[in-house]
Design a protein around this ligand. Sequence first.
Ligand SMILES: [Zn+2]
Length: 147
Amino acid sequence: MNSSRNYIKDTYPDILKDSFSDYGDGWIPHVNKITDTLVHRVNQYNTDNGTELKFHINQIKQKFGGLRYYISFYDTDGVDNDFITNSHKYVWDMEFVAGFICEQCGMYAEKRGGGWITTLCDGCYNERNDEDKDDEFDEDIIDGTIW
Ligand SMILES: [Zn+2]
């Protein structure tokens, strides 16, 4: 699996419409694999059916702790609607799978509540909570007040 953040931009420069990507490093291999699968699937369809279907990735980001991978198809002349629907379903399923991948390190994860929702493994979640405690401690010192 490819874990480079620039992989999509470098490999499929025509597909990525918005190079803005706002998600953690732990999701990079997953996101790259989704893209590889979609490209392969569309190319295979075009080869089999003599069509010229293409797609853009409009945006990839994290929202409410979940992966959002937005694509739109174009040049759909002669393309079976089911193919496009199933391609979207594939993306939705993979967004769901991202809910079990730590956004920080890629290990098995769960959705975490609290101030803001994130998808983190136990290790990264505990680390984050420790950092929060440190922040609070710093604030106390700045205030010059001991509570
Ligand atoms: Zn983690």
